[in-house]
Design a protein around this ligand. Structure first.
Ligand code: TRP
Length: 333
């Protein structure tokens, strides 16, 4: 039996960080053993809010590919492909725009949040407003049934499935499968400053390529409990970034629960829990950083990996484009 198909990806707007690792990369490395996986370098989607900085979108194609390979994505098992070089995705996006209304796009919670965060108001680029249709094209073109993403993407998968149901209803047959979002249990990793989301633009992220000193500096600066002034004071665990990270990265669950209990009681200093976390993050990132540096010394190889993955993706997505246009009854030459 063939393996279920996964499609997932990242906008090429910056190198990936620990938030991506917890939110999706870690899952993707595990899934490459059990699923046929395509990883999309979403440069076309990145353009929808970065058209005035195309160099950024271009340069980060390689950076994100380096991150994928450095965390353990194996090009023999998973295909890394470049969105802008897959014409079928653009064609399906355009088709799907006929199945969504502007009102529905504006109601999409992911889009709503992003419009607010970016301060677009009504001056939202049309391409940005419409990117849920393009993401639906990404997912369906690969016939993906599983989409491992961070929780902020769930509403996009929901909208994808609405489009799938409309296409299938109109075609009178199951042309496209519905997709299921896989959201990690760990939830979202907060920024080092305690804000809900880690992001490069907010300056509260730890990149996967961080140096040992940068990791230590980030851990030292981590938000804990401002009321926990002396070691003997009882401390708060909720909203404490160090504990959120220990939850995400410490495999020894019992040890974490014990630390939490001691911290709540009083008698456990911030420097002790930070030292423990620093050790864990150094051990996690060191091999990623080393592999990344090794790969970066031979970029021709990385470009070749992207080219090969994109060629394979072209075949798959072109076949779906044909099936969908035929299935809907469009004129074929
Ligand atoms: N929207 C995703 C992000 O912001 C990137 C992406 C593009 C994606 N196409 C996708 C994710 C398809 C999952 C499936 O990083």
């Amino acid at each position: 039996m063939s393996k279920p198909i996964i499609l997932t990806g990242d906008r090429t707007t910056g190198p990936l960080h620990l938030g991506h690792y917890v939110g999706s990369l870690r899952n993707r490395v595990a899934f490459q053993e059990t699923h046929q996986q395509f990883l999309l370098l979403a440069d076309a989607q990145a353009l929808t809010d970065n058209v005035d900085d195309i160099a950024r979108v271009r340069n980060n194609v390689i950076e994100v590919a380096l991150d994928y390979l450095a965390v353990g994505i194996d090009p023999a098992k998973a295909s890394i492909c470049l969105q802008s070089h897959l014409p079928a995705l653009a064609e399906l996006s355009k088709l799907y725009l006929n199945f969504v209304t502007v009102a529905r796009l504006e109601r999409n919670p992911t889009i709503k949040d992003e419009i607010r965060a970016r301060g677009f108001g009504r001056d939202i680029p049309a391409g940005f407003l419409c990117y849920p249709a393009s993401q639906a094209a990404d997912i369906t073109a690969f016939r993906a049934t599983v989409v491992p993403v961070g929780e902020d993407q769930a509403a996009l998968i929901e909208q994808t499935n609405e489009i799938v149901r409309r296409v299938n209803a109109l075609a009178g047959q199951a042309l496209l499968p519905e997709a299921q979002a896989i959201i990690p249990h760990a939830g979202r990793l907060p920024g080092v400053d305690g804000r809900a989301k880690m992001s490069k633009s907010a300056g509260n992220a730890i990149p996967l390529s961080a140096s040992p000193d940068a990791i230590s500096a980030a851990v030292r600066a981590m938000f804990t409990d401002p009321g926990h002034l002396r070691i003997d004071d009882p401390g708060k665990v909720d909203g404490n970034v160090v504990f959120a990270y220990l939850d995400a990265f410490e495999d020894d669950r019992d040890a974490v629960e014990e630390l939490k209990a001691r911290y709540r009681r009083g008698g456990l200093g911030d420097s002790t829990i930070k030292r423990r976390l620093d050790g864990i993050l150094q051990d996690l990132i060191a091999p990623i950083r080393a592999k990344r540096a090794e790969l970066a010394a031979n970029l021709d190889h990385v470009v070749e990996v992207i080219r090969t993955g994109t060629m394979k993706a072209r075949e798959v997505t072109e076949r779906t484009r044909r099936d969908v246009t035929e299935g809907l009854g469009l004129f074929q030459l």
